[in-house]
Every structure is written in C-alpha cells, then in structure tokens.
Design a protein around this ligand. Sequence first.
Ligand SMILES: Nc1ncnc2c1ncn2[C@@H]1O[C@H](COP(=O)(O)OP(=O)(O)OP(=O)(O)O)[C@@H](O)[C@H]1O
Length: 611
Amino acid sequence: MTKHRLSRSRLRRDARRMRRAGIEPMIIMDDIEFDSIAIVIFFRLIWRYRSELAPLGLALLVEAAAVALHISQPTWWVGISIGAAFLTMTVLIFGRHVGLSRGLERVYAAYLVAMIGGWVATATAIGPGKPPLPSILIIGGFVSALPWWVHRRRRAKVRVERKLAAWPELAEQIGLAGSRIQSAIVDLWGYRFRLALARGQTVEDAITKIGNVESALGARRGGVRIQPVPEQRADRADVRIIETDPHADAITWPGPSITSVTQPMELGLWEDGTPVAVSLLRRHALFGGVAGAGKSGAVNVVMGNLTAAADVIVWGIDLKRGMELQPWASCLDRIATTPQEACTLLRDAVAILDGRAEWLASHGLRVWEPTPDAPALVIIIDEYAELVDDAPEAVTYADSIARRGRAPAVTLLIATQRPSQRAMGHSAVRSQMDVRLACRVRERGDADLILGAGMHKAGWHADKLNAPGKFLLSAPEHDIPRRGRAYLLTDEIVQRTAERHAERRPSLDPISAEARETPLYAPETASEPPSPLPAARGRHARQEAASAAEDALKAALANAPGEGTSIGDLITATSMSRPWIYQRLRQLASDGHAVQVSRGRWRDRREDHSP
Ligand SMILES: Nc1ncnc2c1ncn2[C@@H]1O[C@H](COP(=O)(O)OP(=O)(O)OP(=O)(O)O)[C@@H](O)[C@H]1O
C-alpha cells in the first residue's frame, strides 16, 4: 500500500468535491490511529446525545460529590440537608425567573433538588456505598429521569438543534453557502431562526430559495416563511418553519398581552403561528362578519386586554339585553342595554370628547396621552345595526365620536354583521374606521363593505374564511391579506378574567367627569347635530376663540364685585365650558392674577380688597 501524506486543507477540499458529486467521503489513512477515531466518535456521540444523557451525567456527578464529601467532611450532612430544603423552596417560589415558566416544571425541578439533596446528605453521613443508597440512586434516578426524557418541549428543542447543526452543509447545497444561524426558538407550532446571510446575499435571494429550504429541513410544502427582520438589516432574515397548523383547532387565549392601551394587543395568531398584534390607541375599529363567525369572540379578546390596562376606561352598548357584554359588567365603567341608555351614554361620550378637546386646545396640545389618571375611553357597541334601528338619534353622537374622537382618545369599537349604508344609519361612521377585522362573510361584496371598496379584488377574500374566529385584518400596520385566527375565551375564562381585572379599573379623570356633568352642548339640543368645536375649525380660528374667551374671562373677573362672581356667570360671559373655566382660573390664581373669594366665587386680584 502506498503511503500518501495529505495536507488537511487538501483533504477538506477533496471531501467537499466528493460530497458535491453525491459521494459521502470516507478517508482512511494509515497514519491515523483507529483507537483515536473511536474516541472521537465516542465523544461526538456523547455530545450529540448530551440532552438524553444528562440524567446519567447528573447521577455520576452526585455519586462523585457524595464520595468526596463522605471521605473529607462527613459531618456536613446537616448543612447539606438545610441547604437542599432552602433551595427546594427557592426553586418553587422563584423558579419562574430562571425559565421554569410552568408550575409543573417548577414542581419537577424542586422534586429533583429535594431528592438529590436528601441523597447526598445521607450519603455524606453514612457513605454512598451503604445499602440501600446505591439502589436508590439507580432506580430513583431512572424513575426521576422519565419525565425529562418524555418532556415534549425538550425533545422538540433537541430535534431542532440537531437539524440546525447541519445548516452550514445544507446551506451550501441549496445555494445559501456561508449563511449562519444566529439564534433559534422552538415553540408550539414549529421553530424559527434568524439567519445571518453571507456577504452579497439578500433576503430576496433567501425567499427565492424557500422551496429548497423546505426540502433541506424536511418541512412540509408551504411550511416555511422567510421575512426581512424588523430592524431592516439587509443581511439578516427570519426563517419560520411551521410544523403544526396553528389554525387547525381553537386557540386558547394565553392571557392579556398589554398593560397599557398604548401598546399593541394580541388578538390571535397568523397562519405561521406568530401573534396578530394591533394597536387600538386613538383608532376606531369595525368588526364584521356573518352570525356565528366569531365577532363577539374577537370582542372578548379585546375586552380581556383592555381591562388589563390601567389607562383605559371601557363603556359598553349591548342592545341584545347585555347578552354579550354583561359577563364583563364588573370591568365596564358603564353599560347600556336599552336604546335610551345607549343614547345617553353616547351623548355623555360626546360631552367628554368636547371637554377634552377644549382642554387640549387651551393647553396647546394636540392629543390626549392616556395615563391611569387621565384614561382613554373606548366605547364598544355590539351589533351596531340594532342601535341604528332602535335609537336612531344615537347615530348622530356616534358619528361625532367617529369624526372627532381620535385626538381626545375617545374611540369606538363597533361589531356588526353587515355594515351596509342602512345598517350604519347612512352616517360617515364606517368611513372613519381605522382598524377593520373581517370574519367570514356570505358574499364577496360584504368583504368590501367591512374592509373597504375594492378590497376583495385585491385579495381580501373574507368569504373564503372557513372556521369561526378566522379573520382578515386591515389596519395601518397590516396592509396585506393574511389569515388570522382569534384566541378563544371560554365563558369560564371570561368570568375569571373579569373578576381578576375588576379591582384595577381606573375612573374618569376630573376634566372628563366635569365635562360629562356640564356638557358644552345642552342635553335639550343634543338630538341636533353638535355644532363644530373650535378644535374642528382649524388652528387659527381656535386660537382666536381661545383668546377672545380669555379676554372675556379677565374682563368678567375685573368687573366682579368684592364678593366675587360665580362660575355660572363666568360661563355665560365666556361661552366656555366649566372645565375650561376651572382650568383657566387655576392658572390665573397661580400667576397671581385671580383669587377665589369664597366657594365658587372668583374675582381678579386687587390691592385694596386682597384677602
Ligand atoms: N376564535 C375562535 N376560535 C374557535 N371558535 C370560535 C372562535 N370564536 C367563536 N368561536 C365559536 O363560534 C361561535 C360563535 O361565535 P360568536 O358568538 O363570537 O359569533 P358572532 O359572529 O359574534 O355571532 P353573532 O353575530 O350571532 O353574535 C362561538 O360559540 C364559538 O363556539
């Protein structure tokens, strides 16, 4: 046999060529010891199966520790017992902070700590070889390892790790040579990883290779999605592998995803298993679809989230005698179940909107920033068509809120089966909806009614949705037709969530509360369309109105008698609302220009009469 001395780089090059030709290279050189190959293979196997072998490794470690402790420190068993008990409690109580998110996982980890601690303490005292300690270690260790071996998430993680370890080779075969996997996450529906592309490769290159990626990773057809990363780096791509269809069954609501109305809330999952997140801050929403398509289900998800946020108040109108919203009654600041109540509720909302708009204008502010002390107001109207039929005068208020409610954070969420012109009361409400969620509809035209003209033609096929809770979502951040499925809240979950959230609901801020008590537009005239506010007439007109009112206020204070003038007189003199008057009086008082003579009576500051 001729001896060949080959350089390593040459070997690697040849091996690569053979692989490309479909031959798995097997290089045997007579200067390599067979036993060293065996050792390498042995350690490779151990590394490959490290997760499955972890219990064995742990048992060996425990045995070694016990031998060492028994020989050197046999009296330490007391300290070890106390330490183990302490650690067991710590794992149970604080385990969630180290990744043990589920209760069962914490119990298992605590059980292991207690078992190992107890065994090591006993072995330290009497010696690890003393019966029955060896049999306890072997049998107890085996039994304790069973949950670890069968744990679904662990096995899925290991399977994905092994698959991704082969990526460099796979990437070379599918034309993405040089790309690297930066991080991977395994979840319920499959796994996803971030790909660092090689120099010169683009996300579009990766997208054109989707079929090859599916084949290389053994995924199902259509089971791989490749997208640019949110940070818009051209040399990175997010790859998602869907192994289980997330929409196959109802998806249980995982709990609220927001703590503030300023955050986007999760309504459900897209087909690729990623969450559907949408913001409702300063946006009106329309949920449509045939009876039984899941509108109320989607409203429940919104309720579950909004009631978890401390900076939003929710009012509800449910003319089906409260059938849909009643379970949330404890979290609703107000609920209307009759046409008359609905009308009053919407009229009050307009008064609040006006009060806030005026306050914003007088402070030179553009929008109402929700906080727990000054919460946003969301009005949920279930089956809007019933409101139109039973309380037509309420539509004027709804229209007003739809047109002017965004900046003062007074918004509508309307659910209706078919938002035709008639069902919407021939108002502009539908055109003002910023977020549109279409569940299944009967006819193509109905998709356009909910989502907007021409949407069906553009691929928004809400008539093809085939299960309750499935939807298409159109919003400023969602402009491509993708199917989502809403989370499902069972009646028990709704009840439990409402009970839990009821304690932490905010109340109306003073500006809004005062505006509601003293509406800018008197209730008698309420059924007429409200006249436009200064805020709606443009900046110049608003400034003029504000400065004229300011002058009138100062003049009224200057002309006030010694005992001061009443708030009612100031309202008459300025034609402004009570909150505006109070706010300006507070400001003038702190600047030293006005004084409160007695309760509700004010005048300007005069040297001779100063109190
Ligand atoms: N996200 C969902 N996942 C699975 N099933 C759902 C989902 N949403 C609703 N469903 C099922 O569909 C049924 C009807 O849903 P829902 O009451 O929400 O429909 P709807 O569109 O509000 O109907 P209606 O207009 O009559 O009030 C529910 O009882 C539930 O079983």
